[in-house]
Ligand binder design. Sequence first.
Ligand SMILES: Nc1ncnc2c1ncn2[C@@H]1O[C@H](COP(=O)(O)OP(=O)(O)O)[C@@H](O)[C@H]1O
Ligand SMILES: [Mg+2]
Length: 286
Amino acid sequence: MTSSPMPGPTVAEPVAPGARAPADSGLQSGRLIAPQAGGAPGVPMIAIDNVNKWYGDFQVLTNCSTAIVKGEVVVVCGPSGSGKSTLIKCVNALEPFQKGQITVDGTKVMDKATNLPKLRSRVGMVFQHFELFPHLSITENLTLAQRKVLRRPAEEAKKRGLDLLARVGLSAHASKYPGQLSGGQQQRVAIARALAMDPIVMLFDEPTSALDPEMVGEVLDVMVELARDGMTMMVVTHEMGFARKVADRVIFMDRGEIVEDATKDDFFGKPRSERAQQFLSKILQH
Ligand SMILES: Nc1ncnc2c1ncn2[C@@H]1O[C@H](COP(=O)(O)OP(=O)(O)O)[C@@H](O)[C@H]1O
Ligand SMILES: [Mg+2]
């Protein structure tokens, strides 16, 4: 990875007029991402090459390959237990794999020479459960890793954190504690916290599936804005409305394999595999 700043992608368009903004204070205009390093021409931001992984005798991932270029938004879907979480965790080395290779911005994830803390600091991850520190204020949650990992001075970290908090529409909550916020608000803080590290890619693992239904929209709005800002995103979700709105591609997994890797239009228009067709017909029924 290089540390020289390069211009980020151009903002394609503002949030569509039809998109809902969070009810409490609304999304503010402006970019959610800092100009990012990396993304050399022709080098995928995430390259997953023939990845195989076993838990003991059980093969959880089989010959998984795909590549995600800078600014691309890829939605990963598939039945429960198909290996989606495992695959996404392999990308920032939260899970080891036994065969194949993954590179992030050209850096090999499973190479002993790779500085994993440094790599992970550039790969933002948002899980189903927000995992904010309950005993720290929102501001402290937003600044801790910036200070400890990136060694940012306190004032700079606070400015960046509060700026991102404003962008996700939560300025009024800076001095509160996570327990005083709704699930949707906490998840927006978790996204702001990940963005404060100036990640070059963002990974999401079912970020809305633990939320009450009325809070799903406000989190998806932030993710839509992030996608439109040009962030490279790999998103495990069953929110097909989100996929239709911003995904460039959809990956469908089943039993540890990438069964389909198609453009959004192809995936929704004519999924090739029977398994994907069955899956889609089930989740689109509702
Ligand atoms: N730590 C683990 N040890 C053994 N098996 C696991 C472990 N984590 C996940 N699995 C199994 O691997 C498969 C894929 O899990 P996961 O990646 O969580 O699927 P998904 O996210 O698509 O629901 C499942 O069969 C699950 O039971
Ligand atoms: Mg999962």
